[in-house]
Design a protein around this ligand. Structure first.
Ligand code: ADP
Ligand code: MG
Length: 268
């Protein structure tokens, strides 16, 4: 199976603060991988750095297929097939979901008939028909926004989809629906990297691999047994087993500052 995303010794810092401290990761085509880690471990930073957010000093390598992407602009990465689903999808009043999808697809060189076909093929599976003529993400519940993001990804057919905190802030029914939507993205020519803080979503979907991120590194990768350990013992169990000391942060379990950077002026 060929590798869709290969990240090697990826480092990222802001001013003097090192956030990613050498991330190694491989996601083959056809697989769904999960990155799990406590708040502040660098998960969103990883997705921002891969997408091309300009806030960070970056070192190391990230390849999409055979292409090195770290020196590319955001839109170039996107055209190569990288899509990033945001932790807080932006509300865009006045732009309808269906129209937005057609525009985005045209930008990627997908012709109009093909977009129609893909929308028709997936719209009911993701329960998105009522939303096609509504403004993008506007007044949607958290779960609906995530489903909408995943539906958009399926229509735009990325090579690598990165979904940040796909289950945060959702009630358990919405988590299950989002999990099913992620599972429905599974295709031989797509790789999915889903980022999550909580193990509970893994009750409803089975990633091929789970990577645990602590303090800016992937410290362990494994199968479903890792999800079980996390659900019962939390990140402390992994730390203890690997002999990694807890770094005491002055901030408790609250969202990291960078999680708000995806908000835009469109949000109310
Ligand atoms: P996670 O998504 O795992 O909760 P983040 O990647 O959001 O973690 O953040 C990791 C750490 O890096 C946090 O301490 C956060 O405050 C810091 N950080 C991330 N982005 C920035 C930034 N642009 N400026 C300053 N600090 C940042
Ligand atoms: Mg985050």
């Amino acid at each position: 199976m060929s590798v869709a995303l290969r990240v090697s010794d990826l480092k990222a810092s802001v001013a003097t603060e090192d956030i990613l401290r050498g991330v190694d990761l491989e996601v083959p085509f056809g697989e769904i991988h999960a990155i799990m880690g406590p708040n502040g471990s660098g998960k969103s930073t990883l997705s921002h750095v891969l997408t091309g957010h300009s806030a960070y000093e970056v070192e190391g390598s990230a390849q999409l297929g055979d292409e090195e992407i770290l020196s590319l602009e955001i839109d170039e990465r996107s055209r190569l097939g990288l899509l990033h689903g945001f932790q807080y999808p932006t509300e865009v009043p006045g732009i309808r979901l269906g129209a937005f999808l057609k525009e985005a697809a045209e930008e990627r060189g997908i012709d109009a008939d093909e977009v129609e076909r893909r929308i028709e093929e997936s719209v009911d599976r993701f329960g998105m028909r009522p939303f096609l003529d509504r403004s993008l993400n506007t007044d949607l519940s958290g779960g609906e926004k995530k489903r909408s993001e995943i539906f958009q990804m399926v229509v735009l057919a990325p090579k690598v989809a990165i979904l940040d905190e796909i289950d945060s802030g959702l009630d358990i029914d919405a988590v299950r629906q989002v999990a099913e939507a992620v599972e429905a993205m599974r295709r031989p020519d797509v790789a999915v990297l889903m980022i999550t803080h909580y193990a509970r979503i893994l009750r409803y979907l089975s990633p091929d691999r789970i990577h645990v991120m602590l303090e800016g590194r992937v410290v362990e990768s494994g199968g479903p047994e890792l999800a079980e350990e996390l659900e019962t013992g939390g990140y402390d169990a992994v730390r203890e087993r690997l002999g990694i000391e807890t770094v005491k942060k002055d901030q408790p379990d609250i969202p990291a500052a960078s999680e708000f950077f995806t908000e835009t002026p469109f949000d109310r």
